[in-house]
Write a protein that binds this ligand. Sequence first.
Ligand code: TRP
Length: 471
Amino acid sequence: MGRERAQRESWGTRFGFLMAAAGSAVGLGNIWRFPYLTGENGGSAFIIIYLICIAIVGLSIMIAEFAVGRRTSLSAVGAYKSQNRSWTFAGVLGVISGFFIMGFYPVVGGWSLAYMLKSVTGLLALPEATADVFGAFISAPIEPLIWTIIFMALNIAIVAKGVAGGIEKASKVLMPTLFVLLIIIIFEGVSLSGSGAGLTYLFKPDWSQVTGETVLAALGQSFFTLSLGMGCMLTYGSYLSKKENIPVSALAIVVMDTAVAIMSGLAIFPALFAFGMEPATGPGLVFVVVPAIFAQMGNVGPVISLLFFAALTVAALTSSMSLLEVVVAYLIDEKEMDRKHATYLSSLVITIMCVFSSLSMGQMSGIKLFGVGFFDFFDILTDKIFLAIGGMLLTIFVGWFMKKEDLKNELTNDGTVAFGFFEVWYNLVKYVIPVVIAVVAVMGIAAVEQRNLMLFGLFMIILLGVFSKKL
Ligand code: TRP
């Protein structure tokens, strides 16, 4: 059962909402994941496909999530359930995705926290060794765990304070800081000699590298980076005032998010080529390349490095808060828990999952689920399957199970603001996007290495659907 509408929390100000939603979108996905995916998928061609996914699929789904959230004033599960009971499973899939992403995201948040301290305690003294330092750090049994737990404690402190007082307040200060720091790093990187090859890599496409897997990776990343496909933006939309212009807000958030991703690429690749490093080094990329850049900067290096990892931590925090919020809002709305208990309970489970993910980098690297360790299990399952299918279900739900009139009213604030692209948006959501996602998913699964894991993910979704009446 949903709570009384009158009691529902809401954002304090328009700027606060924008910062919180942009804070959710801008995160490790932009600064940590986007560059290494670009590196693994061959550079520019991947970026172009990613940008197309963002513009067509991502933006439309973000508008749809905000509309459904505000229309129902409920979080993911309740929103679906309130319109049509057999759709409950789509909301539950979202909550499960949130849990799974939180099964690895705070581990990387912890790495970032640790790197704040490492920045000023000698990391930059040995620029050639940054890769070894990173490898040794993440595979250690205890140290990364401690940082993950500290990172989770920060999440708990903020989310337990609620929407306006906690999430919104934190985002307003922390987000702008990040922008400024990225700009400084880009200038440093581009001015290194030999950085031109990095720009070529970023902007000159090599289409021979593109496969079904590349397209699925780009689509998955566009969901991940915009916080879509699991009811996160839907939940944030449920706290949104009726006066806000949804399409314009969504566009602003998408532009900010994309800007930060491209800026991260610019911060990393020119320097990477200048240092003669390999682009396809995987998840360690930011932690290896960026300190090497700072090491060139002499005395100010450690301070700038500290600031950079502080900003990365903040970006990670505003995102993980939003993921935790989806789970917490579910427990508040559907299980009638109070905010504090909901936060503590979900964080406890999440922390346990993170312990396994962290240990899978070293101690427990021998334990495989469908051929991958715990960290990759949570990561691949959400990024390559759950988010895309979650997004597809949302578009089918919005296009075929909600009234067009209601959507139009929601997106134009009952006719008081204009949304000239309504018909385009509606037809994209109803006909085009579900088909595009289905095609990409099938092609991607056929091409991907971890096929069994993918099929397991699909099987889980089907099971959820079958038992949806019991949820
Ligand atoms: N978008 C965030 C990032 O880029 C991660 C994130 C936050 C997320 N909330 C989400 C991803 C919801 C998927 C769904 O780091």
